[in-house]
Design a protein around this ligand. Structure first.
Ligand SMILES: Cc1ncc(COP(=O)(O)O)c(C=O)c1O
Length: 367
């Protein structure tokens, strides 16, 4: 028996995307951001294809990757809490220093565990979310560097506006960050990695992958998607297809209304296919009466409100549709292709939200 809804990950396309990113930013190295189970798509499959330098958000993700890829370099990109530190030091995860207090706790844990803990300074140069404030950066970095048991592995920051190449904020942020790094180096600090660029900056701010930067972090571009705004200088391709099967096909009379809220009324006798996927699987409610799926390469508009487990579509364009037939919700079928970015536009959101919202009963199939 097979699952009713599944997502296919094209690992060859994923590798092509990675190679394109790596070629663009060369000689910078690439850190693959695989947090939240590779944005919900299956971290182990992604990790197999993507080398050994990974970024995650929190400790359980770090441990999962460490187990899946022995020897991988795994870095927590956001924050670390006091009670998480010992296990992370033991596992050899690269930890973020967001303040001196955290640095001291990591140093103490390294002493207890008889390990050297790799740390990177996370500077808040404009994201306003986490990290060391610029006016405290030099002192915090210097005092951290004097603590025992720590290896200073890098310094990084994150940009909130890099999808917009016209916005001056990112340029100012990069400048401020570079000044701080230069001042720290003057005072004798050395960083293995210096990085600020995520996918948006890779596409829009070439200076973010030139000296002194020697690493970029990429997440959404690996999946072949982009921020909805901004320039798309990378030619990456979608890696995922979301598929389901037809549950029932019926000819319904003119005047029949479909689904909750009766939001669609058939104007004429219509071949309606009910497909076995709904918002619990990740189909945005916003596709109601607007989106479409593909059956046998034909466009089938969504008619009626998306419900939790089922969606009704107009299958008039498909000659021989029957229960069990495959339906492409996202991905390519024949001449047509539906991408997470298309759904994002309909929902008024970004592709991250679409990809991260695939439901728990959706089988992940990497091939
Ligand atoms: C600190 C940090 N770096 C990199 C990324 C990856 O961003 P993107 O998926 O836009 O490449 C994220 C994602 O939120 C992040 O929080």
């Amino acid at each position: 028996m097979q699952r009713r809804v599944w997502v296919e990950i094209d690992l060859a396309a994923l590798k092509r995307n990675y190679d394109k990113i790596a070629a663009k930013v060369k000689p910078c190295e690439v850190l693959c951001v695989l947090k939240a189970n590779a944005y919900g798509l299956g971290v182990k499959d992604y990790a197999k294809v993507l080398g050994g330098n990974f970024g995650v958000a929190e400790p359980f993700e770090a441990l999962e990757l460490k187990r899946a890829v022995p020897g991988a370099r795994v870095q927590i990109l956001s924050s670390i809490l006091p009670d998480e530190i010992d296990d992370m030091v033991q596992a050899g995860v690269v930890l973020p220093v967001i303040d001196l207090a955290t640095a001291k706790l990591i140093s103490e844990a390294a002493g207890r565990r008889k390990k050297r803990a790799k740390v990177q300074f996370k500077l808040d140069t404009g994201m306003g979310r986490l990290g060391i404030k610029p006016d405290e950066a030099l002192e915090t970095m210097e005092r951290t560097a004097r603590l025992p048991g720590l290896e200073i592995d890098g310094v990084f920051s994150h940009c909130p506006m890099a999808y917009d190449p016209e916005d001056p904020f990112t340029g100012r942020q990069i400048k401020r960050f570079k000044e701080l790094v230069a001042q720290a180096e003057k005072r004798g600090l050395r960083f293995r990695y210096v990085h600020i660029a995520a996918s948006d900056a890779i596409n829009n701010f070439p200076e973010a992958y030139r000296k002194p930067f020697n690493l970029v972090r990429t997440g959404i571009n690996l999946h072949g998607s982009f921020d909805p705004n901004g320039r798309r200088s990378l030619k990456v391709e979608p890696v995922l297809s979301l598929k389901t099967r037809v549950a029932q096909v019926r000819e319904l009379e003119a005047g029949t209304t479909l689904g909750y809220g009766r939001t669609w009324c058939l104007k004429e006798r219509t071949k309606v296919a009910t497909i076995s996927a709904g918002y619990a699987d990740g189909l945005p409610l916003a596709l109601t009466n607007r989106g479409h799926v593909l059956i046998k390469g034909k466009v089938c508009p969504v008619i009626g409100r998306i419900s939790m487990d089922y969606t009704t579509v107009d299958a008039s364009a498909v000659d021989d549709v029957a229960p069990g037939d495959e339906v492409t919700c996202l991905g390519r079928s024949g001449r047509h292709c539906v991408t997470p970015d298309d759904w994002a536009a309909l929902k008024g959101t970004h592709a991250y939200d679409i990809i991260c919202s695939l439901g728990s009963r959706v089988e992940r199939r990497a091939k």
